[in-house]
Design a protein. Structure first.
Length: 311
């Protein structure tokens, strides 16, 4: 093996970028953070349920070549240089550390940085964003990966359960956005697993349960939580049959919802739906222990506890 290859593999092993576990042993104390670039999330955190499986261990933020990348929180630079042909910066924050790639670094190892301080400039060419330029932003606790959007803190206001869905129109875009409170309950049945850290019932992995599970019967209806447009219908090993609705951008926020493990769907990508419309039927596809609906909510690209916005 050539010396240069040995060195590259040693760096990978030291930083833990390859084949590292995804689940944290406990919920860490997270520093107050900010986005390293202001662009929208174009690929969300999607860790595998199986430790060594395929997944997206971070988030991708859309940007422009040469754009300034800043530290998401106070910390110390522990790596700044090329890795596998891409510029990488790692900042240690104590309990956790953040990673940024691909960047042209402007900091050095050992340098203490503050939240918002420039650490590099965004480069083009990240393989997960072939059609645009993006920053891959990661968050790790030890060898475990976490969603870096957790650094941004809560993004919602709690409103009374009596609040009803409201549709607002953005003056800039003319698009419609649903209110972030009083969403329609997407399925009948009790909550069988709430949003939050838990041990996965099949894999035994301790990780964030990124939605709310409703213990609805197989074949029972799934309803749209608010008016919007069907953005995607996919199938994955973990989520099974998965549908995402985009509820638009405007006041007060961008809202998206996801409906997982379905038997099937009664709508297609591009269809417009109203709040309460039947969009599919509850199933047990993907990695499940039985029929239920796994319901997710994003506000401005950040996962939130669905029960805080359901009527």
């Amino acid at each position: 093996m050539k010396t240069s290859v040995r060195i590259a593999l040693a760096v990978v092993a030291a930083l833990g970028f390859a084949c590292a576990p995804v689940a944290a042993s406990a919920t860490p104390d997270l520093p107050a953070g900010m986005r390293p670039i202001p662009g929208p999330v174009i690929t969300r955190f999607d860790p595998p349920d199986v430790t060594w499986g395929a997944g997206h261990r971070g988030v991708d933020l859309e940007g422009s070549p040469g754009e300034t990348v800043v530290a998401a929180a106070d910390g110390t630079v522990t790596y700044a240089g090329d890795l596998a042909g891409r510029g990488v910066v790692v900042v240690d924050h104590g309990m956790v550390r953040t990673t940024y790639e691909p960047v042209s670094t402007t900091v050095t190892v050992g340098e203490v940085v503050s939240r918002g301080q420039p650490i590099g400039r965004l480069q083009a060419g990240h393989p997960s964003c072939p059609a645009t330029t993006c920053l891959h932003w990661g968050l790790r606790e030890g060898d475990a990966y976490l969603d870096p959007l957790l650094l941004l803190g809560p993004t919602i206001r709690l409103l009374p359960a009596s609040a009803t869905p409201a549709l607002r129109t953005s003056a800039a875009s003319g698009s419609v956005a649903a209110s972030t409170a009083g969403l329609v309950r997407p399925a009948t049945g009790p909550v069988t697993s709430p949003y939050g850290m838990r041990r996965h019932p099949i894999t035994g992995v301790w990780k964030l349960h990124d939605g709310t599970d409703f213990g609805a019967a197989c074949g029972s209806p799934i309803r749209a939580a608010a008016a919007g447009t069907v953005a995607s219908i996919t199938s994955t090993s973990a989520y099974g049959n998965r549908l995402i609705i985009d509820h638009g951008t405007g006041a007060p926020a961008q809202l998206q919802t996801s409906y997982n493990h379905a038997q099937g769907y009664a709508v297609a990508v591009g269809d417009h739906v109203a709040a309460g419309d039947v969009i599919g039927t509850v199933g047990s596809t993907g990695l499940t222990t039985g029929c239920h609906l796994h319901f997710q909510v994003w506000i401005d690209g950040r996962l939130v506890d669905p029960m805080t916005v359901l009527a």
